[in-house]
Design a protein around this ligand. Structure first.
Ligand SMILES: NC(=O)c1ccc[n+]([C@@H]2O[C@H](COP(=O)([O-])OP(=O)(O)OC[C@H]3O[C@@H](n4cnc5c(N)ncnc54)[C@H](OP(=O)(O)O)[C@@H]3O)[C@@H](O)[C@H]2O)c1
Length: 295
């Protein structure tokens, strides 16, 4: 059994968090700061990053604000290098920045495909490529990639996001296969609904409304068909996800972390018997189709 490298988050920990200006990234930065950690906060919106940095300092941590569009290789690499220099090294990288989209397959433009993959997938190589030599040299480190339930199963009308998050899942597994016995860990985290801005800032329209309206429609469809609605996990707070991420770094027994009850079962079901899973989710898919057509 391979030995796993646990990292206790404390005042010696140096962490880089992408997408730290809101949602899960911001909550994680503050949660790590409560343990005294140094955090490098990466995102595009400086004012929002400064506000998170203030919370980090109030919580007892050290904050470094670095603005960058990490979907651009030169900016992502320069920002990550700057973070390592400012903190004098790096122990944890959380590839969290991400954005959804809303479009049927035939409505998905070239621009959407490219921007979805540039941010949610290509950026994984840019930031990770910079930290790996440092982590390997110290035989210690943990790279956490925030995938999604959409990285293990599918929802309609966001195929570019679903494909990108499946790529994130694959990237994490490939990375782990390169890291065996180096002392460097990698994990993927698969959240379902989290109360953040994610559902409102999607490309192509607010996918949050598509899901919410779609689920309402799907209840009606399930009643009409006299079938059970597939269980969907309730939304959880970003703070809760942040705590789960910290636990997974401190106790790295698992490398695929499902934050919501029931979502691991769906992931296994998708692998073992996708048609039956799809059948269970048919009212949800049809409910979302109705809301997509109406939006
Ligand atoms: N919320 C959910 O229900 C949910 C569910 C499953 C998975 N996830 C995943 O969780 C991660 C965090 O999302 P969230 O829910 O916390 O959403 P969020 O509040 O919208 O946060 C997204 C973060 O990504 C940053 N970002 C976006 N584009 C960027 C770019 N080009 N360069 C640098 N940073 C960029 C944003 O900052 P700026 O705009 O300032 O750049 C922001 O800090 C994402 O990967 C998302 O796909 C979320």
């Amino acid at each position: 059994m391979a030995k796993r490298t646990a990292i206790h988050i404390d005042s010696s920990t140096r962490a880089i968090i992408t997408g730290a200006s809101s949602g899960i990234g911001a909550a994680l930065a503050v949660a790590m700061a409560k343990r005294g950690a140094s955090v490098a906060l990466l995102a595009r919106r400086r004012e929002r990053l400064e506000a998170v940095a203030e919370q980090v300092r109030e919580a007892g941590g050290t904050a470094h604000v670095i603005t960058a569009d990490i979907s651009k290789r030169d900016q992502a690499e320069a920002a990550t290098r700057q973070a390592v220099e400012l903190m004098g090294g790096v122990d944890v990288l959380v590839n969290n920045a991400g954005r959804g989209n809303m479009a049927s397959v035939e409505d998905t433009t070239q621009e959407m495909i490219e921007s979805m993959f540039a941010l949610n997938v290509y950026a994984l190589w840019y930031t990770t490529g910079v930290v790996l030599p440092h982590m390997k040299a110290q035989h210690k480190g943990h790279i956490v990639n925030i995938s999604s339930v959409a990285g293990t199963m599918a929802f309609p009308f966001n195929s570019a996001y679903v494909a990108a998050k499946h790529a994130c899942t694959g990237f994490t597994a490939a990375l782990r296969s390169e890291l065996v016995e180096t002392g460097v860990e990698a994990s993927a985290v698969y959240p379902a609904g989290v109360e953040t801005e994610w559902g409102d800032v999607t490309e192509g329209g607010a996918i949050g409304s598509l899901f919410f309206q779609g689920i309402k429609n799907s209840r009606k469809i399930a009643r009409e068909r006299d079938v059970d609605l597939a269980p969907l996990s309730p939304m959880i707070a970003a703070d809760e996800v942040a705590q789960i991420i910290i636990d997974s770094i401190e106790n790295p027994q698992r490398c695929d972390i499902f934050t919501h009850n029931g979502t691991l079962d769906h992931a296994v079901h998708a692998l073992v018997d996708r048609p039956t899973l799809e059948q269970r989710f048919t009212p949800v898919y049809l409910g979302m189709r109705k809301s997509y057509e109406e939006l």
